[in-house]
Design a protein around this ligand. Structure first.
Ligand SMILES: Nc1ncnc2c1ncn2[C@@H]1O[C@H](COP(=O)(O)OP(=O)(O)OP(=O)(O)O)[C@@H](O)[C@H]1O
Ligand SMILES: [Mg+2]
Length: 232
């Protein structure tokens, strides 16, 4: 059994059929990368996993239990961490307060795991600073740390490299690999930066117009011509 099993989900925005029978699995210890051009439904897929948009049909199970009808809060409580596209950190709250928001599903007074500052040392120096005053790359690291605060089993990231400088992209890639290699977390990464995606992918899926049109082991991405499939 995979940690996450998504089977034939369909989603609509009004009359527009956005996700068409999308299926995927995510395994503990692995990075599953979802690629696809702009507007194909990648973010909608992640929002469906998180419960931020309703699905019309299909199933989503986490650890063998259906979560399809549950709220985002309940999914967070059950171990889904979400790093949204564009980061969506709280600009007027401090870094420390942003991290505390990641603990909303935990008992009051639960401390922020010290490990987050080992993963992202810059955050420790900036605890009292407002989120909105951080650079884009620092905000991305904050968004990832916030998602990690509650110790998720499934971490979902939506284009974490978007608009980020190369040295921070490298650091984020290292953290993602390290988290997966520990073996107790499954990672679903939506990414349009092909080289970053290929370097991290244990499995890949390519989406086009709401459908999965290709998938396989990450090691086969080059020979299957995935770069060309998603080239703009
Ligand atoms: N709230 C919404 N209401 C109506 N249509 C929407 C909404 N959000 C997205 N869409 C449409 O759904 C389709 C899929 O959008 P989505 O954001 O999932 O794509 P994406 O693959 O994440 O794109 P990008 O790479 O630009 O982030 C697009 O046609 C988009 O215009
Ligand atoms: Mg998107």
């Amino acid at each position: 059994m995979s940690l996450l099993e998504v089977k034939d989900i369909n989603q609509y925005y009004g009359g527009s059929h956005i996700l068409r029978n999308v299926s995927l699995t995510a395994e503990l210890g692995q990075v599953t990368v979802v690629l696809g051009r702009n507007g194909v439904g990648k973010t909608t897929l992640l929002k469906s996993l998180m419960g931020l948009v309703p699905i019309k049909s299909g199933s989503i199970t986490l650890d063998g239990e259906s979560i399809a009808g549950t709220t985002p809060y309940e999914r967070a409580r059950r171990g889904v961490g979400f790093v949204p596209q564009g980061r969506e950190i709280f600009g007027r709250l401090t870094v420390h307060e942003n991290l505390q928001m990641g603990l909303a599903t935990k008992k009051g007074g639960t401390p922020i795991p010290a490990e987050l500052y080992e993963l992202f040392p810059v955050l420790k120096q900036m605890l009292g600073r407002r989120g909105g005053d951080l650079s884009g790359g620092q905000q991305q690291q904050l968004a990832i740390a916030r998602a990690l605060a509650a110790g998720p089993k499934l971490l979902i990231l939506d284009e974490p490299t978007e608009g980020i400088q190369p040295n921070i992209i490298k650091d984020i890639g290292k953290v993602i690999r390290m988290l997966a290699d520990r073996g107790n977390m499954a990672i679903v990464l939506v990414e349009q930066y092909y080289d970053f995606a290929e370097a991290l992918a244990d499995r890949y899926l390519v989406m086009e117009r709401g459908e999965v049109i290709a998938s396989g082991p990450g090691s086969e991405m080059a020979e299957k011509g995935v770069r060309q499939l998603v080239a703009i």
